[in-house]
Design a protein around this ligand. Structure first.
Ligand SMILES: [Zn+2]
Length: 446
């Protein structure tokens, strides 16, 4: 029989042995970290016919100003968990056609800001406005933006003064950012594919249930429509070194409700993709996630887990999907770059309200992938519809939150059902007007 003292000594010995093993190698069952390897192309047979240029700019506010997203905020930001970034990707095809995609860890892209930057980029870099895309992650842990000049009276209010000043500075730095990405154009190989990630869930109630059903007002709705695809564009150098990726997901960046600057799950996904790759740029393009929330969301759902931990889990889950989309069965991007953007007039049910000029854009990345971008907060029905209607002609990637920020854009289904995403008061023509413009521009870029 082993004496209690000896048993304790044995256990201690095991613990010490395990400790030294841990420092030397990964624990049993774990995949050891592999040493750095020379870069290998995922598509070595593909000729290098494109050029790509990247640029990144930190856009974390210089002071703790007021935060965007939630109406119930009662004080300015108090800290920072993550920096916020603007990132630009310039692409040029063999014929010299160029497009610049800008992603922002911010709440939205105000139309006035988009128009001003588009005009400056055309004047300074000869970039047509239709060949510029500005997309925001819709993080609710970023600053309030303001494009309306402030009066002398408003100047005294730090909340208004800071948001106006911040937005003015942002405008200037985004024009510089676009210029830097265009200056950095060097030969690149482009591939794309998609993976899946499952944390987005439809946040609207199930409107098919009768009002007296016990679950009639319960959310989220596991049976509601979602778009779990993670389309990913991979940019690699001629030697195969991955240089950048652009990835999409259709879900609100609302894991967090605290008073710290943070990119939310999209900020963490970008961070995780970049942190083990030197000189690599990961960019997040928000999809049609207006009626989608992260699931689970907020720590009162999962005991013992903080909001921030849940947010990081979602970021990890999304970055894992992107890792796969970057290497599995790469689809080549071959052919010409074409882009078209037009505004379509959207009407309100109240005919006295003026129409809204709503931007629709199609960017054909060669023959196999078309990026459809829509303004403001677009519900998931749009991306499902365009993939269904156009997906037999091209890979279809639909982004919302692009080039405009003017509240929610419901589908006809959501508009008829009612609820939060239908409250802006659009006329029932909203979906068909947008869809007609998407089809027209898609055809024009074939
Ligand atoms: Zn929103």
């Amino acid at each position: 029989m082993v004496s209690p003292f000896l048993s304790h000594a044995l256990l201690l010995g095991c613990a010490l042995a395990l400790g030294s093993a841990l420092s030397a190698q990964a624990p049993a069952g774990a995949t050891p970290l592999s040493p750095p390897k020379p870069p290998v192309s995922v598509a070595p047979h593909l000729e290098v016919r494109w050029k790509a240029g990247l640029a990144t700019q930190k856009v974390t506010p210089p002071q703790f100003m007021w935060m965007a997203g939630y109406g119930g905020r009662n004080k300015p930001a108090e800290g920072k968990v993550q920096d916020l970034f603007a990132k630009a990707m310039a692409l040029e095809d063999e014929a010299g056609n160029r497009v610049v995609i800008v992603t922002l860890d911010l709440i939205g892209v105000p139309q006035a800001l988009r128009r001003e930057i588009g005009a400056k980029a055309q004047e300074r870099f000869k970039l047509p406005p239709s060949h510029l895309l500005l997309n925001a992650s819709h993080t609710h842990s970023g600053p309030i933006l303001r494009t309306t000049p402030i009066s002398a009276e408003e100047e005294k209010n730090p909340r208004l003064r800071h948001s106006w000043q911040y937005t003015q500075d942002l405008q200037r730095s985004l024009v510089e950012l676009i210029g830097r990405a265009l200056q950095n154009l060097t030969p690149a190989r482009l591939t794309w594919n998609k993976a899946r990630c499952g944390f987005a869930m439809n946040r609207r109630r199930d409107y098919s249930l009768p009002p007296d059903h016990p679950n009639a007002n319960r959310v989220p709705n596991p049976d509601g429509p979602v778009d779990h695809e993670v389309p990913t564009l991979r940019i690699e150098e001629p030697n195969g070194r991955p240089r950048a990726c652009l990835f999409g997901y259709a879900c609100h960046n609302t894991s967090l409700g605290f008073y710290n600057w943070c990119g939310d799950y999209a900020g963490f996904a970008q961070q995780f993709l970049q942190e083990h790759r030197p000189d690599f740029t990961a960019m997040f393009l928000t999809g049609c996630g207006a009626d989608q929330n992260p699931y689970p969301r907020r720590s009162d759902v999962v005991p013992g887990i903080t909001d921030l931990e849940l947010c990081m889990q979602h970021g990890r889950s999304l970055s894992n999907a992107v890792e796969m989309a970057m290497v599995v069965n790469p689809r080549p991007i071959i052919g010409r770059l074409r882009a078209a953007m037009q505004e379509v007039k959207l009407s309100y049910a109240n005919s006295k309200r003026p129409d809204h000029d709503y931007p629709v854009q199609v960017i054909a990345l060669g023959d196999g992938l078309s990026l459809i971008t829509l303004g403001s907060e677009v519900v998931v029905d749009y991306s499902l519809r365009f993939k269904r209607e156009l997906g037999n002609q091209s890979g279809i990637w639909v982004a919302g939150y692009s080039n405009d920020y003017n509240g929610y854009i419901p589908s006809l289904r959501v508009l008829k059902e009612g609820g939060y995403e239908a409250a802006a008061g659009w006329a029932q023509s909203v979906e068909e007007r947008i869809a007609a413009k998407v089809h027209e521009l898609f055809k024009a870029t074939r």
